[in-house]
Design a protein around this ligand. Structure first.
Ligand SMILES: [Zn+2]
Length: 280
């Protein structure tokens, strides 16, 4: 496994310094980080051209295929309150028709056509910028047993605000709008998402045996999966729950998550596997 490790340039983030003392401190850190990466031979460049992949799906399929989208605890498959155009909606990732739609989009994408300068046979299956939320029985059946589900208001059907703002409380992510909530980990959907990436890859291989899939380890699926082996054809972009400088014990958990992903990701069987960490 090749680890490509680079903190996102938060300077471009309108959220501001996000824990940095000053812009100068941040720039000094990033300059040192670049040197560290070069000295440790982290020099590979792999442009996988990925990002949140389904931000227009609600506009495209909200009326025709509501079953593509997460089933919320109140019985709706719809954007959270305050998400006007649905760009933050998450997907019902266990739905085979969704996998087929993703592959149709991929095959229609000019970047996937041989002969194009940027041709790469990879499919982007990175969820929108929201924790995984689907409560449907099929998605839940994909989750590994985890006692934290029972303790969660959201997953237990107890009253829970279904609003765009504050949605990262479900993941306890430090970089959500509320910030500072990264204490402990939420119920993990990592096995669900590992199965999703594997399923999309199988679908892609029907038309291109060399296909790869890019997916996130993100929000409430950032921990390594415990019961599912990720196909070596899947590239995981690891997005930790907190950006540097981290706190609350998260920093010691990050290597554990990466290591579990590496073990479950078949890294040893495919030297080309890459782990994109924190960078986009
Ligand atoms: Zn579902």
């Amino acid at each position: 496994m090749t680890a490509l490790y680079c903190w996102r340039q938060i300077i471009q983030n309108p959220g501001g310094l996000r824990g940095w003392q000053s812009a100068e401190t941040r720039e000094r850190y990033q300059a040192e980080e670049r040197k560290f990466l070069i000295r440790h031979r982290f020099g590979g460049v792999g442009n996988w051209n990925y990002g949140h992949a389904f931000s227009r799906y609600w506009q495209r399929f909200g009326k025709t295929h509501p079953e593509f989208f997460s089933l919320l605890p109140d019985g709706r498959r719809a954007p959270l309150d305050g998400d006007k155009d649905g760009q933050y909606i998450t997907m019902c990732v266990s739905n085979p028709d969704l996998w087929k739609q993703i592959i149709r989009d991929w095959k229609n994408d000019p970047l996937t056509r041989p002969g194009h300068r940027a041709y790469r046979p990879h499919v982007v299956a990175c969820e929108n910028d929201t924790p995984g939320m689907c409560t449907c029985p099929n998605c839940r059946a994909w989750d590994a047993p985890d006692s934290r589900f029972a303790a969660s208001d959201y997953w237990s059907g107890r009253p829970y605000p279904l609003q765009r703002r504050g949605r990262f409380r479900l993941a306890r992510a430090d970089w959500g709008e509320d910030g500072g909530t990264a204490v402990g980990y939420p119920p993990s959907l990592s096995d669900r998402y590992a199965k999703f990436y594997n399923a999309v890859l199988q679908e892609a291989r029907k038309s291109n045996p060399k296909a790869r899939v890019v997916g996130y380890a993100y929000a409430n699926y950032v921990e390594g999966p415990t019961a599912t082996k990720v196909d070596p054809g899947v590239v995981i972009s690891f997005v930790p729950l907190a950006f540097f400088p981290v706190h609350g014990g998260i920093e010691s958990d990050i290597p554990d998550s990466v290591e579990t992903l590496a073990r479950r990701g078949g890294a040893g069987s495919d030297p080309a596997s890459q782990l994109h960490a924190g960078g986009e």
